[in-house]
Design a protein around this ligand. Sequence first.
Ligand SMILES: *[C@@H]1O[C@H](CO)[C@@H](O)[C@H](O)[C@H]1NC(C)=O
Length: 309
Amino acid sequence: MLGKNLMSCSFLLTFLTLVDPLANVAPNGQATQSSLYANNVHAVNVINGDMTGLCSHTANQSSPWWKLDLLAVHRVLAVTIFNRPDCCPERLIGAEILIGNSPSTEKALAAPLVMEILSTLTHTFHCGDMEGRYVVVILPGQKRILSLCEVEVYASLAGVLMQNVALSRTADQSSSHPDGPARNAVDGNRDPNFAKGSCSLTHQESNPWWRVDLQNVYTVTAVMITNRNEFENRLDGAEIWIGNSLEDNGAKKSRCAIISHIPKGRTFYFPCSSTEGRYVTVFLPGTKKILSLCDVQVFPLDYADGTYI
Ligand SMILES: *[C@@H]1O[C@H](CO)[C@@H](O)[C@H](O)[C@H]1NC(C)=O
């Protein structure tokens, strides 16, 4: 839902610069909050695009916050906040929206925008093209409760667009279920529903692995992995390795990350602290394991003056 002011803003943009109106990118991000008041008021409730659904709600605490990780640096034009329709809209007074590149919720994030008095349910804040990967709503002070019912972030990708060098590369895995060839995880389709035919799947075995050959040596800064909707715990404990040879199926290399848990259907971003390699391997150590990946994206940082080398 676009606020009145944002509508006219998009209208102007469209006619002055011939760009597409900005999308609400919040549903693509990952939301967390400082505490949880009760079981059904999770941070993620407010980025599902459903204005009539459940809200988020922290405990009564000191400086509660809600945070959205957009997974990449965005240029944020506007943020729309939906307040509670049923009670106590005044609790949001004094809340601040922070946009920045550090996951820290400290004020160091950026100069905050301070919300005005909330007299209506929906508020759109113009952020003047602030750049950042994180959008934080924080209520500074003692004994405060932060409850939001929807958050929309109108933004475009900023800075250098990250290039997924795994896309459509040659992928292989330790064994293949007929409906889950390795290439399904590099097809650029993150659909987490296995039945839609876009996830890889091994048979049950010991130490299954999946690997992509990037066909060039890259300095890998991050790997993003999308888990499937079903059997979400199967990926727990999987390891991401980066290396230059196929010896031991790529195992004798640098480990980028161990996946503790990726919730079902979600995409998580694993920083790899600039590891060089041509092969990216996902290993699942243990017996009677099944490895299934819906999408693997690999991001290099091989820039010279902002362009790829
Ligand atoms: C938060 O807790 C304090 C006591 O610690 C209480 O006085 C205050 O009313 C509570 N706030 C709300 C909104 O319940």
